[in-house]
Write a protein that binds this ligand. Structure first.
Ligand code: SF4
Length: 182
């Protein structure tokens, strides 16, 4: 799962060990879909940024961002509620089985191997993908990953989808970064 260093410094979910690259990982046709949230993108924030001409991203569905070293996926009450509704479970059950308190916030839990407890190792897919938290929706366009070309390079090392795929304009990058909790 996105690790602490990536989340708190450069970004998200890569660890001390080499991230799984997924031997069959290829730039997939999984399209970039603008987030539903009506938050207006702070476009001006992207002007003059090193990524002002846009970046490429196409999720290969390798599962790297849901597995690996321990990390945090911060969630709010609304996101827990969304997951509960999607799974037809109670909020209390989701909180009890899938969240933990850390640093005064609430994070999704993970197994001892670092895999998110919503990650299905058989299919290597997220079990709550349509209801996944904002932190997952906005990956890899987290502020911490966009700090510099170097931080983006580190992101690419962890996420093969960030090395290719669809062109993502700065407006969409900024929209996602503005919605991410990291
Ligand atoms: S976002 Fe990146 S790391 Fe996560 S599954 Fe897609 S390609 Fe893999």
């Amino acid at each position: 799962m996105l690790n602490e260093q990536q989340q708190e410094t450069t970004k998200s979910e890569t660890p001390g060990e080499a991230p799984r690259t997924g031997e069959d990982a290829r730039c997939s046709p999984v399209p970039i879909v603008p987030l539903d949230d009506a938050t207006e993108p702070p476009v001006a924030a992207g002007e003059g940024a090193w990524y002002a001409e846009g970046l490429s991203f196409g999720c290969t569905q390798c599962g790297n961002c849901c597995t690996g070293q321990p990390g945090y996926v911060w969630v709010g009450q609304d996101e827990i509620q969304q997951i509960a509704e999607y799974l037809d479970r109670s909020v209390g059950e989701i909180r009890l089985l899938h969240t933990r308190l850390a640093r005064g916030r609430t994070s999704l839990t993970e197994f001892a191997n670092g895999d998110c407890t919503f990650f299905d190792p058989r299919t290597r897919r997220c079990r709550v993908y349509p209801a996944r938290p904002r932190q997952c929706q906005t990956w890899p366009f987290w502020r911490s990953n966009l700090v510099s070309p170097q931080s983006w390079k580190e992101t690419q090392d962890a996420c093969p989808g960030a090395t290719c795929g669809d062109f993502v304009p700065v407006e969409e990058i900024e929209r996602r970064a503005a919605q991410s909790p990291v």
